[in-house]
Each structure stands twice: as C-alpha cells, then as structure tokens.
Design a protein around this ligand. Structure first.
Ligand code: MN
Length: 396
C-alpha cells in the first residue's frame, strides 16, 4: 500500500473487525495499526502501550518517546515505497474501522476564552451594556466539567431532560430541553503530570500539552439559564460532550502559529508569555437534518481566542492545582466577529429569536431530534495542510 507522506499523523484508538482496540495513527484515508508495527521490533521503548485501549500509557512515556515514534513513522513513510510500512497488513481503511475514545479523560475543564463569545452570551443572558463581567479581561474564566459523559465522535446523543423556567411568571417545569445547542470548541490533552502545589508557568506549559482535538460541548440553554446562578454550568452541560477520535500532536501545530489578539489591560505577570501561541485553525460547523443534506451554519477560527493554552494552563495551576496525563482542557466556544463565525446556535439564532435557514428550506433555532452536527477543522499554509479528525453527533 502506497501511503502519501504528505498527510499529517493523528493519534487515536481504533479497532477493526473482531480485533481488540489499539493505538493507531490516522494518515489520510488510512490508519496505521501501531500494535502491528510494534511487532516489527523496531522501537526501543516498551511497545505494550500500543495494545492499550486508551492513549494515556503511551502519552505518559513523555514527549521524547511520543514525538520520537512519530518522527520514526514519518521518516519510514518518506522512504521510497514506505520502507517497513509497505506491508498492507499494517494498514486499515479509516472508513471501515471503529473508533474509540482516544484518552481516558481524568479531569475536564472548560474555559470561556473567546471574547466575541463571552460578549455575545453576556448580552443575551445578562446586560447588553456591560456584557463582559469585570474579571473577564484579567483571567481566563473556566469551570470544572464532567469527564464521565465525554464520548467519542460518532456517538448518538440523547436529548436531556431537566428543570426549566421559561419566564419569570411560570413555575419551574421538568421536561426535555427545547433549546439544545452545540459549542464549537477545541480541547488540549495534558501530556505530563504536574506536582500538587507547584504551578506551571507559561514558559513550561508547552511541555505539558500532548495534543489538540475538536470538541463539542453540547449545551441545553434552557436548563443552563435557570441553574447557572450562582455556581455556574451544571446539568445543562454535563449530559454529553463529544471529543474527536483523533489527536493532533502539539508540535504538528508549530507552522500554523499566529499572534493572538492584543490583551488590554495588560495581564498579571504569571499570565504573560513569549512568542505566538494562537493557531490558524479553520473551523466549520454543518447541520444535517435526518435524511437531509448538510448546511454549513458556521465558519470560525481558533486564532480568535483571547486567552491562549499557555495562559489557561498557567492560570489553572497557579494556586497549586495539579494536572494529570489525559486531562482535557477545552477552549470554550470559539466565535469570531461576524455573524457567520459564531460557534453556537445561541449566538447564531440570537438567543432563539432568529431563523437559521437550511438548504432544504427548513428552519432551525435550536437542534431538533434526528439532526446531526459535524465539526471540521484544518490548517493550511504554503502547500502544507493538516486536517483535524471530525466531531460528529446525532441527536436522538
Ligand atoms: Mn463550553
């Protein structure tokens, strides 16, 4: 099998037929079976990690090993005929393979780091005049989410029930959410344990980031609106979140670095950083009704983030809170300035007041049963293109 060496390599967990889940490297339309590659005896580390059904033990070996394995595979692919990887039995068709949750997520934290999103939501939920709360430009606001309900892309999502209070005069009711939404996000996976009591500086932060993936933080806006004061998101968020099956290694993003927005006022010392740490990742959301065709409803970009990953990690640990391999830190909804770039229906439909017209002429303000929401992401520069694994979820 001739594999093009131009595809980026993404880590994940897959299974094929009756075989047990194992580590794979996605490359274009194919997956390299790393457990099978391990059998060749060409790696000089403990390859039992490739037979695991989650990436954590592999990630825990550290960047020297994980990036070393990646460059080794890449250099074989660059050889004429793909060297030892020419054997077709090492490769699996991506379309027929089953994907699994790539990491066992220990703790999941969700930030709120897009200034456009925070402003839009502030206007809708609170005060149009003072949309951003006073703390917002001083620290990356976040909350602790729930990891047990994180599912892999392709998993159906059940519409949650909960307490809602449609208006001031009604008593609270218990019913299925009628304001089901997605949140277009990217998450990064922690690649190294930190020590309790020891903050991670922005300079040290890159050592702790294994890779990134697209992430859908499904949200029930009616449940959220009634429950969130004073302690923040709870049941309106934790019924499900969908993670891509494929993780893009942090170092793969290097050529796509761009400057972040200017932060004003100047941030405190522990949030300052050197260099460019925003990334030009094109993002697209499509909504597909049952049996219908997909309509692109949002085009955004990860580069819009006001707070970057280094600042998020430095802030998360500045009080001594530790992180562990496999933790997931998500960006928060990624919105841009123009109305097509909003990363949630809450913003796209202006709080449920505006119609979103799909290709078949039907109208959405919130997600309906049978709808499939798909996120795609890619980076492109000078002929180099890296595609993130998609995030797909259908509401049932
Ligand atoms: Mn979120």
């Amino acid at each position: 099998m001739r594999q093009s060496s131009s595809h980026a390599l993404l880590w994940g967990i897959f299974s094929n037929g009756n075989e047990s889940p194992r580590v794979g490297l996605a490359s274009g339309d194919h997956i390299l079976d790393m457990a099978a590659v391990a059998e060749l005896g060409l790696f000089n580390f403990d390859v039992s990690v490739f037979y695991e059904d989650h990436l954590n033990p592999f990630i825990a070996l550290g960047k020297e090993i994980t990036n070393g394995a990646l460059s080794q595979v890449q250099s074989w692919l660059d050889e004429p005929g793909a060297g030892p990887l020419a054997d077709p039995s090492l490769w699996v068709d991506r379309k027929t393979a089953t994907v699994h949750l790539p990491v066992r997520v220990g703790d999941y934290t969700d930030f709120y780091s897009s200034i456009e999103h925070a402003t839009n939501v502030g206007k809708l939920f609170r005060d149009p005049e003072n949309a951003l709360l006073p703390n917002w430009r001083h620290l990356p606001v976040g909350y602790h989410g729930r990891s047990s309900s994180i599912v892999v892309s392709g998993t159906d999502i059940r519409r949650p029930h909960g307490q809602v209070k449609p208006n001031h005069y009604d008593a609270p009711k218990f019913e299925p959410t009628s304001r089901l939404d997605f949140e277009l996000e990217m998450g990064f996976i922690i690649g190294k344990d930190s020590e309790l009591g020891k903050p991670i500086s922005t300079a040290e932060a890159p050592d702790y980031i294994f890779g990134l993936a697209l992430f859908n933080d499904w949200s029930a806006r009616d449940i959220q609106k009634w429950e969130y004061v004073p302690l923040g998101p709870f049941l309106g968020k934790n019924f499900a979140s969908t993670l891509s099956a494929w993780i893009v290694p942090y170092e793969t993003l290097e050529p796509f670095r761009v400057p972040g927005p200017k932060q004003d006022p100047e941030v405190l010392d522990y949030l300052q950083y050197e260099g460019n740490h925003n990334y030009d990742v094109h993002l697209e959301v499509t909504l597909t009704p049952a049996g219908g065709e997909p309509t692109v409803i949002s085009r955004s970009n990860y580069k819009y983030m006001y707070w970057n990953m280094l600042q998020q990690l430095a802030h998360h640990t500045v009080n001594g809170c530790n992180v562990r391999v496999g933790d997931l830190l998500a960006s928060g909804t990624i919105s841009g300035k123009d109305a097509m770039s909003y990363g949630s229906l809450l913003e796209l439909s202006d709080g449920g007041r505006k119609d979103i017209v799909l290709k078949d002429g039907t109208i959405r303000r919130w997600i309906e049963d049978g709808d499939t929401v798909t996120f795609r992401g890619w980076m492109e520069r000078g002929g180099l293109r890296v595609e993130f694994g998609e995030v797909v979820g259908r509401i049932v």
